[in-house]
Ligand binder design. Structure first.
Ligand SMILES: CC(C)(COP(=O)(O)OP(=O)(O)OC[C@H]1O[C@@H](n2cnc3c(N)ncnc32)[C@H](O)[C@@H]1OP(=O)(O)O)[C@@H](O)C(=O)NCCC(=O)NCCS
Length: 374
């Protein structure tokens, strides 16, 4: 290696490319708009358009976009047979990873990686992913699938397809805000994975499939499922402090806390906490909010660690009555817009991602032929 090469395990602090999609400067912004304002004044549908098309939509642009996405909210019949063929034990995140890969074969633009075709594929995936999650979930429970409704927005439709009844305005808005906050986050591990894959001039579905694989791990998207596991293990407000102190003494990582970039708190977590609280109140389940407050206090005082977005998201989804293995697929459904925007951007000014490694193996040596090795 030459002296000018930089060694940074985990690529910490490395600027690996340029992006115009989001910035982590004084909080988080998507295409220049603070995420806090988007969560207050926009819907996920508008944010998805913003990420994919670069600007917030006019009413007309939004209506056309929603129509295109709605047209994609169905899956090819032979594909449904494949979903049905999955073993009942298949976890939703694995089913989704396989499903997105297989959907590529049915996409009319599968062999076209032009920017226009990639946009069409992105919009189709945006529509298809909630359908896959909802159908695989319902099929695995022996329930009939519920087709999307034309009068519901993206988030409300997703809840409707899962549960079979239209959500309350509070549930729809809380879920919508969670999707807005999950939609995009610069060069996180899964987005970077997608960019690495397409930097070889591979296709969009390959990038998204790989990104889903990267998101699954508990250090990334998998954390939102583990958060609720953790709270259930903590038991409730009476046992929370003792439980978290014992977990810290065992040197366990506490899911939903800490972040590679945010070291003093994640603004997204503060926004979603309020929705988690409202949903918990509506469900009569405030014990998990109180338990969370106690754990937050201990981690701030003892470890200077603060919640990330997964911390309130896990609680919100639980308060909405949704099952734990669906939480990381919700993250996928939101982040697919960010991934696709990055894939299109990467291909727009591509440079093959090919870092170097610092070698730590044996010094150069000669091969001893097998008969002489004993
Ligand atoms: C996200 C995460 C991987 C970032 O890690 P990172 O940037 O590599 O941070 P580091 O591992 O350098 O952490 C610095 C210190 O804080 C500790 N720490 C970080 N996150 C922690 C957590 N969630 N629980 C307990 N300790 C934690 C580390 O053990 C380390 O302690 P040390 O200096 O005594 O070894 C890490 O915070 C984590 O594992 N969090 C839990 C999983 C999670 O919520 N993921 C979703 C992220 S959005």
């Amino acid at each position: 290696m030459s002296g000018s090469e930089i060694y940074s395990p985990g690529l910490e602090g490395v600027i690996a490319g340029e992006t115009a999609i989001s910035a982590i400067v004084d909080g988080l912004s998507y295409r220049g708009y603070p995420v806090t304002e988007l969560a207050e004044k926009a819907t996920y549908d508008e944010v998805a358009y913003l990420l994919l098309h670069g600007e917030l939509p006019t009413r007309r642009q939004l209506a056309d976009f929603q129509q295109r996405v709605a047209a994609a909210r169905r899956i090819p019949e032979p594909f449904r047979a494949l979903l049905k063929a999955l073993p009942a034990s298949t976890v939703p995140m694995d089913a989704l990873r396989s499903a997105v890969s297989i959907l590529a074969h049915f996409d009319p633009d599968s062999q076209d990686s032009s920017p226009a075709a990639n946009l069409r594929k992105s919009e189709r995936l945006l529509g298809q992913i909630p359908v896959i999650v909802a159908e695989q979930y319902r099929l695995s429970k022996g329930l009939a699938v519920v087709p999307a409704r034309a009068d519901l927005g993206h988030a409300a439709n997703f809840l409707y397809m899962l549960r079979g009844t239209p959500p309350s305005p509070l549930h729809a808005r809380a879920f919508d805000v969670s999707l807005i906050l999950y939609a995009e986050h610069e060069f996180n591990a899964s987005t970077f994975t997608a960019r690495v894959v397409v930097s070889t001039e591979s296709d969009l579905h390959a990038g998204v499939t790989a990104a889903i694989g990267a998101l699954k791990g508990r250090l990334h998207g998998g954390a939102n499922e583990k958060v609720m596991d953790l709270l259930l293990q903590a038991g409730g407000p009476d046992t929370a402090e003792q439980w978290i102190r014992a977990a810290l003494a065992r040197k366990e990582k506490v899911m939903g806390f800490g972040h590679r970039v945010y070291k003093t708190g994640d603004v997204r977590a503060q926004v979603l906490k309020e929705y988690a609280r409202q949903a918990a109140q509506a469900a009569g389940q405030t014990q998990w909010e109180t338990t969370a407050e106690i754990i937050e206090g201990v981690l701030a005082r003892e470890k200077n660690l603060f919640p990330n977005l997964d911390w309130p998201a896990g609680r919100l989804y639980h308060a909405l009555g949704l099952e734990l293995p669906l939480y990381t697929p919700f993250f996928v459904a939101a982040r697919v817009t960010g991934w696709c925007a990055h894939i299109i951007e990467q291909l727009g000014h591509n440079r093959l991602m090919r870092p170097r490694a610092r070698y730590t193996g044996p010094a150069l040596r000669s091969v001893v032929p097998l008969p002489e090795r004993g």
